[in-house]
Design a protein around this ligand. Structure first.
Ligand code: GDP
Ligand code: MG
Length: 206
């Protein structure tokens, strides 16, 4: 199998997924795509773990703050705080949200796993998400409401954004003995060139 077929992504079904009984529905979307679950557990994250999960370099924090200021400006709201202060405030809300109840943590593996998982999850803001994605189909939140209520946006699922992010997040949530190296029967059909045979070869084999 090609090395690209082994890309890994960390997924968290956040506390609202568990509380709303959506774990099975959401998991089935990743399974039916052909992605392989190589690790899975329930964790009630401490604030420390949640804070580590959302820890970002200062440059990324500033970008998040600037993006938020720009979005506010479009809505005609002026936020006079520094970008870093805004980002720290968002991070605090994210930590509260993630630590509010048990989550399902899983590591998924497959070809282009990070990109496919992000597509299946949909846009961060459910109001902007395409129909057919998790954030569009199962929830109704928006930055309009969450910002006004001073809480994190409730978007059900976290999914790694890049290979580097996935590596760091997988290390944070799983130890190596919690991840399993095994073959799925469907991988032969998804990835194996040798699966295809001509009709003649198949008939001869009878
Ligand atoms: P994700 O990877 O798509 O979930 O999003 P990011 O990694 O960019 O951000 C992590 C979380 O920060 C998101 O799930 C949001 O809850 C929050 N967030 C990101 N951008 C904004 C923003 O512009 N405004 C607010 N209020 N929250 C944001
Ligand atoms: Mg992210």
């Amino acid at each position: 199998m090609r090395t690209e077929s082994h890309e890994r992504s960390l997924i968290l079904l956040k506390p609202d997924s568990v509380q709303r009984g959506l774990v099975g529905e959401i998991l089935s979307r990743f399974e039916r795509k052909g992605l392989k679950i190589i690790g899975m557990k329930m964790v009630w994250p401490s604030k420390e773990l949640a804070a580590k999960h959302y820890d970002q370099p200062e440059s990324a924090m500033i970008t998040l703050g600037e993006r938020t200021i720009a979005a506010y400006k479009e809505k005609g709201i002026e936020d006079k705080r520094k970008p870093i202060e805004i980002a720290k405030d968002i991070q605090k809300k994210l930590v509260t949200y993630l630590a509010t109840g048990p989550v399902i943590a899983l590591v998924i593996e497959g070809a282009h796993a990070i990109a496919h998982v992000r597509k299946i999850r949909g846009a961060t803001n459910p109001l902007a998400a395409d129909v057919g994605t998790i954030t569009a189909d199962y929830t109704i939140d928006s930055y309009f409401i969450s910002d006004a209520d001073e809480r994190a946006i409730r978007n059900l699922v976290h999914a790694s954004g890049t290979v580097e992010e996935a590596e760091a997040e997988i290390k944070l949530w799983f130890s190596s003995n919690e991840l399993f190296d095994y073959d799925l029967a469907i991988e032969k059909i998804l990835y194996d060139k040798a699966w295809e045979a001509t009709r003649d070869e198949l008939v001869k084999g009878k």
